[in-house]
Design a protein. Structure first.
Lengths: 403, 89
């Protein structure tokens, strides 16, 4: 069977504008969540988020590019640039045809929708910029990546709410393993921290006004984040032949549907997906030392997720570590699985487990080793990354140390 | 005023529970009426809109909220208090 390895990574998120800054923040358990800087903040009741600060798009993109790149596309291109530079790949001839891009985003160009609704509804103007549609569409980021790097193989965007990135990366993995592509640029992005984007989440009454404290008994909801992470998935022999620096191996993926509730998670659905990923990866439960949790910090998710892990792993659930880095970078919605995969690769490569920060009180319903507040050193052979979306769509990825 | 708050709140809960207002007993809990967490959030939204008030409620810690949802009567009393406080009635 064709094997799939990761040969490049890039990111921009609330913890840093690149991978080294982000991993350093994760090692130090630093929080990227702060008071939001956005228009009409006084009309919001939720005023915190994992926002990308000190960000100047004009320094990175020219005027024509900014006319076409929504914030979520900008974040994607920044992360893709880092990942592709690190991989050392260039795409021409046969490789170009055998390479594609699959990216997750839940909202796509939310800021573009927001700004242009203001123009026509609030300001009463009857004209919008001609590029509104190509700027806001969900596949804009993936399309610009394909154009920038000449990727002519299978390419599309995935929108499954909070599981978008995991679905995207899982599909990229399957496309290479199944023989449809040799290299896939994959991951995801989200830029939903606009007035309308935050207001919509506020309505559901699941947001915290002070902090994201996954698994802590006093947790009181999720905190939104923004940013992107992009990875280069490559067929193992192809990577080996060119002497690529292999960061980790992608060994398994499973996706399921709860077919139950539009917002409440399901223990059975989550457990079935975790077990499915282990089976697909041909891993024994005892091979897994670390899980990057979905861990949103809501009352419902965290207890259901812990129960699902206990079901899927049996006694071994007490021996493994599970942490939620959303406590630091916030919930990037459609981009979250991608940023969280950085923590998985750090665990495998550097032997450092990112902590769950903001942890204050043990919750008997979340009685696992959640790596509270301080990063830990451990040799990790294999790990999982969980994503359980609104709408009951679950996606779990399994990684192993580089071969 | 008190009666109209009571009638409006019962009407909102009845609509959510798909019941006649007369079948919504003050001692009933939302669970008795078959209202789940999404139904509760939607009811609170309808209450805020109907009375033009802000209801402090976080679905992650319903017990910790100052807004008592333990029964229909408790919700009516809580709404009356919020109306008095926020509308200066």
């Amino acid at each position: 069977m064709r094997r799939v390895v990761i040969t490049g990574q890039g990111t921009i998120n609330a913890l840093g504008h690149d991978v080294p800054q982000t991993l350093e923040a994760m090692r130090e358990g630093r929080c990227g969540i702060a008071e939001l800087e956005l228009r009409d903040l006084d009309r919001l009741s939720v005023r915190i988020g994992g926002q990308v600060k000190n960000y100047d798009p004009e320094a990175l993109f020219n005027r024509q590019q900014i006319a076409l790149y929504d914030r979520f596309t900008q974040f994607t291109l920044i992360a893709a640039h880092q990942a592709l530079d690190a991989s050392g790949l260039t795409f021409a001839g046969e490789l170009s045809v055998r390479s594609g891009v699959v990216l997750g985003t839940a909202g796509g160009g939310v800021n573009t929708w927001d700004e242009n609704y203001r123009t026509v509804y609030e300001e009463g103007k009857n004209r919008v910029h001609p590029f509104v549609v190509p700027k806001l569409m969900n596949n804009a980021a993936a399309s610009h990546v394909s154009m920038e790097w000449n990727l002519k193989g299978p390419s599309f965007s995935v929108a499954t709410a909070c599981a978008s990135s995991n679905h995207a990366m899982g599909l990229a993995f399957q496309l290479i393993r199944g023989g449809a592509a040799d290299v896939m640029v994959t991951g995801g992005s989200e830029a939903m921290l606009s007035f309308g984007g935050v207001k919509a989440w506020e309505g559901l009454r699941v947001m915290s006004k002070d902090a994201c404290r996954p698994f802590s008994a006093n947790r009181n909801g999720m905190v939104q984040g923004e940013g992107a992470a992009v990875f280069i998935f490559e067929e193992y022999e192809h990577a080996k032949k060119r002497g690529a620096d292999i960061l980790a191996e992608v060994v398994g993926f499973a996706m399921t549907s709860d077919a139950a509730d539009i917002v409440m998670p399901s223990k059975q659905g989550a457990a079935r997906t975790i077990s499915g990923a282990l089976k697909d990866a041909r891993l024994n439960p005892s091979d897994v030392c670390y899980i990057n949790a979905h861990g949103t910090g809501t009352a419902a998710n965290d207890k259901v997720e812990c129960a699902a892990v206990a079901d899927a792993f049996g006694h071994h659930a007490d021996d493994l570590m599970i942490s939620s880095t959303k406590s630091m970078h916030g919930h990037l919605i459609g981009g979250t699985g991608a940023v969280e995969l950085l923590a998985c690769i750090m665990a495998l490569r550097d032997g450092i487990i990112a902590p769950t920060i903001g942890y204050e009180e043990p919750d008997p319903e979340c009685a696992l080793d959640v790596v509270p507040n301080v990063a830990r050193e451990a040799r990790v052979e294999a790990c999982l990354s969980n994503a359980f979306a609104f709408g009951g769509f679950n996606a779990v990825i399994a990684l192993r140390r580089a071969p | 005023m008190a009666d109209s708050v009571r009638d409006k709140v019962i009407a909102i809960i009845a609509e959510q529970a798909v019941l006649e207002p007369g079948d919504v007993a003050p001692e009933a809990t939302l669970e008795d009426l078959g209202i789940d967490s999404l139904g509760l959030v939607e009811s609170i939204f309808a209450i805020e809109e109907a009375f033009d008030i802000q209801v402090p409620f976080n679905a992650n810690e319903p017990e910790a909220s100052e807004f008592d949802i333990s029964s229909v009567a408790a919700i009516i009393a809580a709404v009356e208090a919020l109306v008095a406080e926020q509308k200066g009635a």
